[in-house]
Design a protein. Structure first.
Length: 459
């Protein structure tokens, strides 16, 4: 917001090449505001503005930029500036950028790192994709249990500037194994002569380097932490993960689920950046599957072609029936999928879900069935299109809606659980997919009710 307000002033200073004034204006800005400003500028202006920032602020700002903006800046800046940025970036943010680059470019950038940073980068990139190891940073403060509080504070003053966060101090044994974590507040309030062991309670939460990133999101949410330690398989402390990186993962996962709910394969790039061809590859397969599903609906209607020819009036209500079932199924699928994503539902709760949605379908179907019956009643009293059989027609519509909505809610609730049970992503049972499935069965339910109430009379 601040960048948008002052952008004309900034562009004017750039055009005038008044870099002294520009530096003075920007020196008190936060990295997030600077990142917002840089994103709105042309690439050449981005490079100019970036060069006048002092090194630490430039690096912090670079970490807040979108990946495509980062790539553009790396191309526009000189070799020395690129080297400085890469070496000063936090390891987790640098890893996130490098893993998005084509392999040859990533390797070229890694060669620009200092020997120490190159080892760190190659180690983090060596962990499995989507593992906690790709998110962690080795920049943290660790102390020994026999140290005094005074020694801990001195250690923090000496090395704290390189740590990702100072809120939590980690306690390790002589082998480097994590044995506790202590809030820095406890050290600040404790007598200087006390030992670390006096502040320990042995109660800590940690992640392992091979844990899935989605698991990390759940742990952060459950324990309300801003940072968590990461250990190897033997318990040796090798890094930490901070909440900002986990929030990025949570956003990506939520975006992926939303795309799937709309029957679109998850996009790896922003909508405005993805090419038309890539977009078609994401959308066409799902639309084709849904089209084939709807062909089953046409097949079902063909099966009842003779019925339709004898009572054409039944066709008037086909869209009403199948859309009601599809809508109820989509509603339920969305609720269940989201609850599964949030961890509110487990597979063991399937019978609870089944009972709830069975009764929900009965109530909702009863409401819509009543509205459908009233529609027939009003239509009959205004234009009498159904003659003496209006009551049977009304019951056909009413009970069809009851059955279709009940079936929709049950299908929408059980399908995500079934997919999760067999190891697939529940979001794959997207709302359009459930709606298509219910459309086919809705036709069968509707004409079955028609045979029940109108058989031997209109049919």
């Amino acid at each position: 917001m601040l960048g948008q307000i002052l952008q004309p002033e900034i562009k004017d200073l750039i055009d005038k090449r008044d870099f002294a004034s520009l530096r003075e204006v920007l020196e008190d800005w936060s990295p997030t505001d600077l990142a917002e400003l840089i994103t709105d500028l042309e690439v050449n202006e981005q490079a100019i503005l970036f060069r006048i920032l002092h090194k630490e602020l430039a690096t912090d700002t670079f970490e807040y930029l979108e990946l495509d903006t980062q790539f553009g800046l790396l191309k526009a800046l000189g070799n020395e500036e690129v080297v400085s940025i890469l070496n000063e970036m936090s390891p987790d943010d640098r890893t996130a950028m490098l893993e998005e680059l084509p392999a040859p470019i990533a390797k070229q950038l890694i060669t620009k790192l200092s020997p120490e940073e190159r080892v760190v980068a190659q180690k983090l990139l060596g962990y499995p994709e989507y593992s906690v190891g790709r998110l962690m940073t080795p920049d943290y403060i660790a102390v020994k249990e026999h140290w005094s509080v005074s020694e801990v504070l001195s250690h923090i003053r000496e090395y704290g500037k390189d740590s990702e966060t100072l809120n939590i101090i980690y306690v390790i044994d002589e082998r480097g194994k994590l044995i506790d974590d202590i809030r820095i507040r406890d050290f600040l309030l404790a007598p200087l002569a006390d030992r670390v062991v006096d502040l320990m309670d042995g109660n800590y939460i940690s992640l392992t380097v091979t844990d899935d990133q989605e698991h990390a999101v759940e742990v952060f949410k459950k324990y309300d932490r801003i940072a968590l330690p990461v250990t190897d398989a033997t318990g040796i402390l090798i890094g930490i993960v901070t909440i900002d990186d986990v929030l990025d993962v949570a956003e990506e996962e939520a975006t992926e689920d939303i795309h799937k709910l709309g029957a679109v394969e998850a996009l790896e790039e922003p909508y405005v950046d993805i090419s038309l061809w890539e977009m078609m590859k994401k959308r066409a397969p799902w639309l084709s599957i849904l089209f084939l599903g709807e062909m089953l609906t046409a097949s079902a209607m063909h099966y009842f072609e003779d019925v339709i020819s004898r009572a054409v009036v039944l066709t008037l209500f086909i869209p009403l029936i199948i859309s009601s079932g599809g809508n109820s199924g989509s509603q339920t699928a969305t609720l269940v999928i989201r609850s599964l994503s949030l961890g509110e539902l487990k597979l063991k709760n399937w019978f609870f879900v089944f009972k709830r949605e069975l009764f929900s379908g009965l109530i909702l179907g009863g409401i819509l069935g009543t509205l459908g019956f009233l529609r027939i009643l009003i239509w009959q009293y205004t234009s009498a299109p159904f003659g003496e059989y209006w009551l049977l027609m009304g019951m056909t519509i009413g009970f069809s809606l009851l059955g279709v909505v009940m079936w929709g809610t049950i299908t929408g609730s059980m399908l995500p659980l079934l997919l999760k049970r067999i190891g697939l992503d529940p979001a794959t049972s997207s709302a359009p997919f459930v709606a298509t499935l219910v459309d086919v069965t809705g036709i069968i339910i509707y004409f079955s009710m028609a045979f029940l109430f109108l058989g031997g009379i209109l049919l």
